[in-house]
Design a binder for this molecule. Structure first.
Ligand SMILES: [Zn+2]
Length: 185
């Protein structure tokens, strides 16, 4: 009984804290039902430079010169949930695609765009799930991964981009913790 109450309280608090922007990307890794088919076969050119950058950073971070995004089209469309600015869809035939809300994309700057796309590629290409852990430094609370279900804010992303990207590709938080001033016990 206590567990149920704790969960309800937790959900109530989550609701309150998720009212602001950015909205949480809960379950933006969506496995489609049996009859669903992919909407697109190629990417919108608006995303080409981000994909190139994701591949370049990945090749270096994972020491794999052949790393590429491959057949994961990225396009503007309906994310099917008001909370999702982007979503990684996985289809029963094994194909995947990323859909981005154009209204949001047009309203935000470079840091938010890259932060979102790298997050969605983290799901679709790197096979990562959400990692919502936070850690304290002396004066702030920090998300420890770009795979947090709430996108990293531009201020933090611009300041710690390399460190967050290293964690994204390798799960290694050493550089991030060091830069953020998080003491590891
Ligand atoms: Zn996500």
């Amino acid at each position: 009984m206590t567990k149920v109450l704790t969960l309800l309280l937790f959900l109530a608090v989550m609701n309150l804290t998720s009212c602001g922007i950015p909205l949480p990307l809960q379950k933006d890794l969506v496995v489609r039902d049996l009859n669903a088919v992919r909407q697109f076969s190629t990417s919108n050119q608006a995303f080409a430079s981000y994909v190139q950058d994701f591949e370049l950073k990945g090749r270096i971070a994972m020491n794999d010169g052949s790393f590429s995004v491959g057949d994961i089209p990225i396009n503007f469309g309906d994310t099917e949930n008001d909370s999702f600015q982007g979503v990684c869809f996985e289809y029963p035939d094994g194909t995947k695609e990323i859909i981005v809300r154009k209204q949001w994309w047009d309203a935000v700057g470079e840091a938010y765009r890259e932060s979102l796309l790298f997050h969605e590629l983290g799901h679709c290409r790197l096979g990562r799930d959400h990692l919502d852990d936070v850690r304290q430094s002396s004066n702030d609370t920090h998300k420890i991964s770009m795979m947090n279900s709430i996108i990293i804010t531009p201020q933090k992303y611009n300041s710690y981009k390399e460190e967050y990207q290293r964690e994204l590709y390798t799960y290694n938080t050493d550089e991030l913790f060091q830069s953020l001033g998080i003491v590891v016990n």
